[in-house]
Design a protein around this ligand. Structure first.
Ligand code: T3D
Length: 269
């Protein structure tokens, strides 16, 4: 089988034990996102997603003391003639495809938030399925500090996690939310000591990589769509998803394993 080579400048990618680890690696600017990083991330996620059997979970994390400081502000500063990029164009060309890809990825995602997650960096973390924060991590809705409204899915993600009032408070004041508070607010599912973050995220990824991938993705879909559906419509959606999952190998294997009193060996199909 041909080996996939990941050769990127701004991210590091490794694959082990059925999961991939993607590390944002622009440490000097706190892993801020420039256009090249967007391209690499999109390419890498699409490639990993295509590796079906080999990669069934993904960890996203950052190198150094930050997870991600959002948009690389050097990239958007006006040129010497005062010309400035159109922010909406940048959002449409970079953030819309990236965030859509993360949210729709056909494998479960784990974010290991190793430090500050600001602006679009916070959105990137909150778009993942399982969000584990290091004790020293903090979230910063930095958009209003530079006169912008949250983008990269922020206005969809944060209110769903913390409620309208607390989301607007974060958006307007841009006050940092530390990991303990983020846990209390429901923004992250686990907080661990800094030195345990890597192992904790890998333990979760290892478990997810051995799990019923299709069921995870269907669950994410039902939960996300459920926010804007009636209870009755959610019941119908769930039944339709079960139609699909009921045809899967993993469903047959799960039932057989239970009846045979042995651990299931899911294959993600
Ligand atoms: O056009 C558009 O902007 C559209 C896209 C919008 C999406 C967005 O993400 S908008 C939000 C953009 N992000 C921010 O506004 C955050 C900016 N950064 C910060 O507020 C602070 O750096 C942090 C709170 C994240 C961390 O503070 P601190 O004190 O720990 O670190 P620092 O000293 O500010 O930063 C360290 C270095 O990283 C510094 O460089 P230097 O002086 O050592 O050479 C700093 O300039 C650089 N850096 C930090 N964030 C960014 C950055 N460089 C470029 N872009 C950044 N976002």
């Amino acid at each position: 089988m041909e080996e996939t080579v990941f050769n990127y400048e701004n991210i590091e990618v490794s694959i082990q034990e059925g999961y991939a680890e993607v590390v944002l690696s622009r440490e000097k600017s706190l892993n801020s996102l420039n256009t090249e990083t967007h391209k690499e991330l999109l390419h890498c996620l699409a490639t990993l997603e295509g590796m079906r059997e080999g990669v069934r979970a993904l960890i996203l994390t950052g190198r150094g003391r930050a997870f991600c400081a959002g948009q690389d502000l050097e990239e958007v500063k006006p040129d010497p003639n005062g010309r400035q990029i159109r922010v909406g164009d940048l959002v449409r060309s970079n953030y819309v495809p990236l965030m859509q890809k993360v949210k729709d990825l056909q494998i479960p995602t784990v974010c290991a938030v190793n430090g500050v997650a600001a602006g679009a960096g916070a959105s990137l973390a909150l778009a993942c399925d399982v969000i584990i924060a290091a004790k020293s991590a903090r979230f910063l809705q930095a958009f209003s500090k530079i006169g912008l409204t949250p983008d990269s899915g922020g206005t969809w993600l944060l209110p769903r996690l913390v409620g309208r009032a607390r989301a607007l408070d974060q958006f307007f004041t841009a006050e940092a939310v530390d990991s303990t508070r983020a846990f209390e607010l429901g923004m992250v599912s686990r907080v661990v000591e800094d030195e345990r973050l890597t192992e904790e995220s890998r333990t979760v990824a290892r478990q997810l990589a051995k799990g019923p991938t299709m069921a995870y993705i269907a669950t994410r879909r039902a939960v996300d769509l459920g926010y804007s559906m009636s209870f009755s419509d959610s019941l119908i959606l769930e039944s339709l998803l079960q139609d699909h999952l009921g045809e899967s190998y993993d469903y047959r294997e799960g039932v057989a394993a239970f009846l045979e009193k042995r651990p299931a060996r899911f294959e993600g199909r």
